[in-house]
Ligand binder design. Structure first.
Ligand code: NAD
Length: 428
C-alpha cells in the first residue's frame, strides 16, 4: 500500500478484490521507483471528479424505476478524459474509479493525448427491453452531460454497451447542444462517424501484444495453445485474430460455460454458435467445462478477457500458462501477480495489452474532428505501430528498473503524466 503520503494515512484495510486498491498499490510501487514527491503522488492517484446520478425511467409496464449511474474523471493533465461506460448489476464506485485511473495510465502507455474516465450504470441489461435500455442511456447521458464534451470527456463502449448505445449518447448530446457532435463518443456505428477497425481494435491490440510477448520469451505462435476467457468484443475478436495468426485456441468461454478442444477450436464456428444460441452451451465439437476449470487448463497462453479479479490468490498457483495477456481490465489481483511473477509467468498487463481499443477510439475522435475518414488499412497500420512501440517502451522500462512488465508499464505511464502535470503547474 502507498506510504508516506496524506492519502496513504487514510488508506482502508487492504482488500484483494478491491480494484481501486489494486490500482493504487501498483501506482505506489511505480511512484517509489520514480521517486515521486508526496504531493504529486496524491494528485495523480486521486480522481479529479466523481459524479453520481439518479436515472428515473418509465418501464415498459408503465411503472417508474430509478437506476444509479456514475461517471468518474480521473485525470485531465494530458487531455480530455476518455473511457467506456458499462451496464452491469454489480457496478460500484470503487470499480468505476479504478477503471478511470487505469484509463489514465493506459492512454499514457500508448502516448495518446487523453486522461482517464469511466462510467457505469447499475442495471442488468438481460432483464431490460431495448426501449428501457435506450431510455436509461439517454437519461444517464442527460445527467452527466455537463461534464461531457469532445474537449472534456469522451465515453466509449464497455461491458454490455455497444455501438447502438454510443449512437443514443451521440444523439442525446447533439439534441441538447443543438448541433451534431460526433466526437462526443467513440465506438459509434460507421455511418455515424465511427472509425473503420474500431470494433476489432481491442482484440487486435491483444493479438499484437500476444505476438510481441511470444517473440520476447521465444514462444512460436504455431506451437502455442491459447485459452481465452470471455468471447465478447475483446475475447471473441481477439481469439479470432489470434486464430488467424496461426495460434491454436484450445478454449473459449462465456459467462455460463467453457468449451475446450486440445486439438484447437474452429473459432469462427464457436462464435457463430454463440451468436445463434446466445450461449456456448450445446457446442458439439468440444468438451463443455464449468468456468471454474477453464483458467487452470493446460496451455501456453492465457488471455483473461471477461471481467476483473479472475486470477487471484485462490488459483494463481494452479495457472499452467507461461504467458498471460490481459484482455480484460484488472483480471489479476495484486497477490496473484506476485505468485505468477515468482513462478516465472510473464504477464502483459491490461494497460498495455488492451490499449488497442482506446488507440482506435483516439483515431475515431481525430477523424470526427477533421471530418476526414481513413481506410481500414491506415487505421490498422497506425494501430500496429502504436502497439508495437508501446510494447517495446514498456519492455525497455521494465528492464531498466528490473521490474515486471506491469510495473514497467505503470512507471512509463506515471512518469509521462507526472511530467505533463509538472509542466502545467498547479493552478490555485
Ligand atoms: P463484452 O460484454 O463484449 O464481453 C464480455 C464477455 O465476457 C462475454 O462473452 C461474457 O459472456 C463473458 N463473461 C462475463 N463474465 C464471465 C465469467 N465470469 N467467465 C467467463 N466469461 C465471462 O465485454 P468486452 O467489451 O469484451 O469487455 C471485456 C473486458 O475487456 C472488460 O474488462 C472491459 O473493461 C475490457 N476492455 C474492453 C474494451 C473494449 O473496447 N470493448 C477495451 C479495453 C478493455
Amino acid at each position: 500500500m502507498p506510504t508516506g503520503t496524506a492519502a496513504a494515512e487514510n488508506e482502508p484495510k487492504f482488500d484483494e478484490f478491491n480494484p481501486f486498491q489494486a490500482m493504487a498499490q501498483r501506482f505506489a510501487v511505480a511512484a517509489d521507483h520514480l521517486g515521486l514527491e508526496g504531493g504529486v503522488r496524491d494528485v495523480l492517484r486521486t480522481p479529479d471528479r466523481e459524479m453520481r446520478v439518479a436515472i428515473p425511467i418509465i418501464m415498459d409496464d408503465g411503472s417508474t424505476r430509478v437506476f444509479t449511474g456514475y461517471r468518474v474523471q480521473h485525470n485531465f493533465s494530458r487531455g480530455p478524459c476518455k473511457g467506456g461506460i458499462r451496464f452491469a448489476p454489480d457496478v460500484n464506485l470503487d470499480e468505476v474509479r479504478a477503471l478511470a485511473a487505469w484509463m489514465t495510465w493506459k492512454c499514457s502507455v500508448v502516448d495518446i493525448p487523453f486522461g482517464g474516465g469511466k462510467g457505469g450504470v447499475i442495471c442488468d441489461p438481460r432483464e431490460l427491453t431495448d426501449g428501457e435500455l435506450e431510455r436509461i442511456t439517454r437519461r444517464y447521458t442527460t445527467g452527466i452531460m455537463d461534464i461531457l464534451g469532445p474537449d472534456r470527456d469522451v465515453p466509449a463502449p464497455d461491458i454490455n454497451t455497444n455501438e447502438r448505445t454510443m449512437a443514443w449518447i451521440m444523439d442525446t448530446y447533439s439534441m441538447h447542444v443543438r448541433r451534431t457532435t460526433t466526437a462526443i463518443v467513440t465506438g459509434k456505428p460507421l455511418n455515424l462517424g465511427g472509425s473503420k477497425g474500431r470494433a476489432e481494435a481491442t482484440g487486435r491490440g491483444v493479438m499484437i501484444s500476444c505476438r510481441e510477448a511470444m517473440q520476447k520469451i521465444g514462444m512460436r505462435p504455431e506451437d502455442a495453445r491459447v485459452v481465452v476467457q470471455g468471447s465478447g468484443n475483446v475475447g471473441g475478436i481477439g481469439a479470432m485474430l489470434m486464430h488467424r495468426e496461426g495460434m491454436r485456441i484450445v478454449s473459449l468461454s462465456d459467462m455460463y460455460v467453457s468449451v475446450h478442444n486440445d486439438h484447437g477450436l474452429d473459432v469462427p464456428a464457436v462464435l457463430a454458435h454463440l451468436r445463434e444460441h446466445r450461449s456456448l452451451e450445446g457446442y458439439k465439437e468440444a468438451d463443455i467445462l464449468p468456468n471454474s476449470k477453464q483458467l487452470e487448463l493446460d496451455c501456453d497462453v492465457l488471455v483473461p478477457a471477461a471481467v476483473e479479479n479472475q486470477i487471484t490468490s485462490k488459483n494463481a498457483e494452479r495457472i499452467k500458462a507461461k504467458l498471460v495477456v490481459e484482455g480484460a481490465n484488472g483480471p489479476t489481483t495484486v497477490i496473484a501477480d506476485q505468485i505468477l511473477e515468482d513462478r516465472g509467468v510473464v504477464v502483459v498487463p491490461d494497460i498495455l495489452a488492451n490499449a488497442g481499443g482506446v488507440t482506435v477510439s483516439y483515431f475515431e475522435w481525430v477523424q470526427d474532428r477533421a471530418g476526414f475518414f481513413w481506410t481500414e488499412e491506415i487505421v490498422n497500420s497506425r494501430l500496429e505501430l502504436i502497439m508495437t512501440n508501446a510494447f517495446q517502451a514498456v519492455d525497455e522500462t521494465a528492464k531498466k528498473y528490473g521490474v515486471s512488465l506491469r510495473i514497467g508499464a505503470y512507471i512509463l505511464a506515471v512518469d509521462r503524466v507526472a511530467k505533463v502535470y509538472k509542466l502545467r503547474g498547479l493552478y490555485s
